[in-house]
Design a protein around this ligand. Sequence first.
Ligand code: NAD
Length: 307
Amino acid sequence: MRIIVTGGAGFIGSHIVDTYLAAGHEVLVLDSLWEHGGGRRANVPERASFVHMDVRDDGVGRIFAEFKPEVVSHHAAQHSVAISSRDPIYDAQVNVVGMLNVLESAVKNGCRKVIFASSGATFGNPETLPITDDTPQRPTSPYGITKMVTEHYLRFYQAEKGLDFTALRYGNVYGPRQDPNGEAGVISIFIGKFLQREGVRIDWDGEQTRDYVYAGDVARVNVAALDRGSGGCYVIGTGVKTSVNAIYRALVEISGFEAPVTHAPRRPGDARDAQFDASRARKELGWSASTTLIDGMRATYEYFKAL
Ligand SMILES: NC(=O)c1ccc[n+]([C@@H]2O[C@H](COP(=O)([O-])OP(=O)(O)OC[C@H]3O[C@@H](n4cnc5c(N)ncnc54)[C@H](O)[C@@H]3O)[C@@H](O)[C@H]2O)c1
């Protein structure tokens, strides 16, 4: 199958590219290598084609016309909650208008399906946990709003223009290649500090929890979605909630280094807990997370250590 992966030079996208290539697909990566994102040219393997282009560019249609993909996996995004709050116009330009440019290019060139990287951020701070696919979406950031809006556009394009879709609402994805200098991704940030033998900062009381899902598992669900999950939106997580303190303790165990800890107040808008019930993905996509947190953290630690 011929597949375009937008954002394929980034953290999650590059794992998807690797997995598609391993399954025998032909892949083209379209990525702007945005300065505040995790995209690196070196993340794109030789066997994939690479086009350095912004998803908002008029040239996107030409790339679709030339490559003629059957599926587009849309992972390019302005992915920062903080930037979206500071600059909601930029966030919407990339995450909504850029996405529409991709969808229009897909429709005009006979592409069958789009797989979309949605987010748990579309749910905001839900009243009850775990989050399921029936939990009301009440996003609390412009980033969460644009991701939710995009799901609505996908429904429109399927109903009116015949473009099939599957939207994957990821929890906190972690793994090799995640930017350790980013603002999010506590596991890679902490690993960076542990390897430099530096201290880490724990906000709030450290007992806030997230559902951490390994990038390799996320790549596998993107394979399942190539021909399953038509018109569906799926929560993608492990069902396990883990505190920042537990992440810290696991890294002490993995590295043998007791990093000094400083404490800071709760960051504005930080949710207390997150946990995702992925039973619909299990039933309809045949997917469930198979990597335990300790195994995934060990693999991530070894990856960064070897750099
Ligand atoms: N990391 C997570 O935990 C998480 C959770 C939920 C959803 N997501 C979504 O998954 C996708 C991948 O996120 P990631 O964590 O791998 O981030 P990332 O920054 O590593 O990857 C995003 C990629 O998109 C590219 N990009 C950004 N703006 C672009 C533009 N205008 N045109 C073309 N390319 C552009 C970047 O260069 C980068 O390579 C994003 O859509 C993000 O919103 C991530």
